[in-house]
Design a protein around this ligand. Structure first.
Ligand code: GLC
Length: 625
């Protein structure tokens, strides 16, 4: 078919720029715009006959495989692939967009009438050709899907055919599923996410005991497995078998699971526009149970959550017990998401008040006391200690001697970061990527602090990104410190695994914060890699870096983590075909094509909290001279 054989194509050819420069942010169709992506080409497909689409980009016709059916709106008409069947009378405003019915929401045989009448239920997708790496990643991600009673409910942690002992990598981990879930949401396939959220919700109220002791009610498992058990009359029955930490190595309760669950629930609502899930009574109860567990009274003096070592992504002893940044950033994010989703009624009234006051106390505490830059470091260096008073400068009695040797040289003149942990007489000065990135995503960091973190990453690119983004933490514990702090853990030796290893999955989180930085909405500077490179005026380097990563990660068979100071080696005990490495890459690619979708995860600064924050700052006791 020649492109000129129907009017939409002619229009596209005569003014191709019109088809490249639409800005999703400028489209305002109310709910219709939720999750919309405007194509940079004109997509063509027949709803019944085609399994691929043709689209016009840079004046050339290209073809891309298609899973769902596409409808094309151009020149106020709907076109099918053969150019026939133009359907007039479509809303002028909705021109030039490609609409894909979201799987699980609309019947597949959706016709134009349905489409016109019920467009708020649609997800928009870009007619973008996937690279061979993306295609491979999708194939692998789909192969990792776990079914329960005939429905997809999650993805296993790793699908490594070369590894005989799966340990618990054949389970669906809550935290690991988050990038998988986001990838499916961005693909317009939300059913698996919905099923996952409901299955794990059921597990939340499971009876659980560890040596005669029952942990808190709202606890979400670290992972679960679908087991086949014998039932009556020689039949088999599938059951969900959760692990709340009672079987996990080290018996650690996963504090992050419930927080991730809330974050994913909100992302589901944002991307599909289907708020009925979060409004269900059982789901509202689930949110409240998690919040109650996190907000319950204890002995704490700080608004940060007090947890044991290994209760998050770093699920082994790594000296992060106390108030680790990662948990605090996820906690802050989950509180904000929950606040948005909780239906205000009698039951939630008190809880919402508690959420609000915790949010402002938490942001004050982290912004004030976790932030480290060269000026603050200098202040700590000159700290007086043993100050007994309400107006102490050195509130946590930090001895300047604990400033590590590497830090003074490592800290750039511009920028800074949130330290890993804060306790009485203890600051963990290590840089933790997930906590810092999620502090940006959730607006826990101020805009200045967010830029400061980026400045630091830009400055310390070699150390934090190196040959494979992204270091889980920097630097590693070595020698005696490693022996004492990790307990001599052979998996966590210096620059390996949790102890300074490089984790490809972290790339999707890096990708997310773009919108929050410098107030740049819908900017091209998306991925952390991209953002920093573009700031350096070297965007071509950024794209090249992603390509290198793409080539390498596929060639290396999608490892879980990389070792060495710069992430050159595939991790010593790294699983291959690790699902969240695959999903993380896919999310990064999808978000790159559709930066606006980052809003499924990001939270805006609440102006009310800002006011509370400035009140606290101004009412602070005067400092000692
Ligand atoms: C490792 C990681 C943990 C992850 C699990 C499954 O234990 O430390 O974060 O959830 O593997 O991939």
């Amino acid at each position: 078919m020649s492109p000129g054989s129907f009017p939409g194509a002619e229009a596209a050819l005569s003014s191709p720029s019109r088809f490249k420069t639409w800005n999703p942010g400028s489209q305002s169709h109310g709910r219709v715009c939720r999750g919309s992506i405007i194509v940079s080409g004109l997509a063509l497909s027949h709803p019944r006959r085609s399994d691929s689409i043709r689209f016009l980009r840079r004046g050339k016709w290209r073809r891309s495989p298609l899973k769902s059916r596409l409808y094309i709106l151009a020149e106020n008409r709907v076109f099918t692939q053969d150019g026939a069947n133009p359907v007039p009378d479509l809303d002028q405003q909705r021109q030039h967009q490609v609409y894909v019915p979201a799987a699980g929401i609309l019947p597949l045989n959706l016709d134009v009438e349905n489409f016109k009448g019920n467009s708020s239920d649609l997800t928009f997708k870009e007619a973008r050709k996937e690279s061979p790496f993306e295609q491979e990643a999708w194939r692998l991600l789909r192969a990792s899907i776990v079914q329960y009673q005939g429905c997809p409910v999650g993805t296993i942690a790793a699908n490594d055919p070369t590894d005989a002992s799966a340990l618990n990598y054949d389970q669906v981990f809550i935290r690991d599923f988050v990038p998988s879930g986001i990838a499916f949401l961005l693909k317009g396939e939300p059913a698996i996410v919905r099923n996952f959220l409901l299955c794990t919700l059921r597990l939340q109220s499971w009876e659980k005991t560890v040596d005669f002791y029952s942990p808190g009610q709202g606890l979400m498992p670290a992972s679960f497995k679908v087991q086949s058990v014998a039932a009556e009359e020689d039949t088999c029955e599938e059951i969900l078998d959760p692990d709340f930490g009672e079987a996990a190595i080290g018996r650690v309760a996963p504090v992050d699971s419930g927080l991730w669950w809330i974050i994913l629930l909100r992302a589901y609502g944002k991307s599909t526009g289907d708020l009925s899930l979060q409004e269900r009574m059982d789901v509202q109860t689930g949110i409240r149970m998690i919040l109650k567990l996190c907000l319950s009274d204890g002995f704490d003096m700080f608004p940060t959550l007090l947890v044991t070592d290994g209760s998050c992504m770093i699920d082994r002893r790594m000296g992060i017990h106390g108030h680790p940044l990662e948990i605090q950033a996820l906690f802050y994010s989950a509180l904000q998401c929950a606040k948005e989703m909780l239906i205000p009624d009698e039951k939630s009234h008190q809880l919402l008040t508690a959420v609000n006051s915790r949010l402002s106390a938490l942001s004050f505490h982290i912004r004030e006391y976790y932030w480290l830059d060269i000026a603050k470091l200098n202040e700590i260096y000159r700290y007086k200690t043993e100050e007994y008073s309400h107006d102490a400068v050195n509130k946590f009695n930090i001895y300047p001697e604990q400033i590590p040797d590497w830090l003074a040289d490592w800290m750039p003149d511009h920028g800074g970061y949130f330290i890993g942990n804060l306790q009485p007489a203890h600051m963990d000065f290590r840089f933790f990527s997930l906590g810092n990135l999620w502090a940006i995503v959730s607006s826990l960091a101020t805009p200045q602090q967010s830029s400061g973190i980026l400045d630091l990453i830009q400055d310390r690119w070699k150390h934090l990104v190196g040959s494979m983004p992204l270091k889980i933490c920097f630097p590693a514990f070595e020698n005696e410190e490693w022996r004492i702090i990790t307990g001599g853990d052979p998996k966590n030796t210096a620059w390996s695994y949790h102890n300074g290893g490089s984790w490809p999955t972290l790339i999707w989180q890096a990708r997310n914060h773009e919108k929050m930085i410098h107030g740049k909405k819908n900017s091209d500077a998306a991925l952390l890699l991209f953002d920093t490179c573009i700031k350096m005026g070297r965007s071509e380097v950024a794209y090249e870096a992603l390509e290198i990563m793409e080539r390498r990660i596929s060639r290396d068979r999608w490892p879980e983590y990389y070792d060495s100071r710069t992430g050159k080696f595939i991790g010593k005990q790294s699983r291959l075909f690790q699902t969240w490495s695959i999903a993380g890459y896919l999310v990064a690619k999808q978000l790159l094509a559709n930066p606006e979708a980052a809003t499924y995860l990001t939270c805006e600064e609440d102006p009310g909290l800002l006011d509370a924050f400035s009140c606290r700052i101004s009412s602070k006791q005067p400092k000692k001279a």
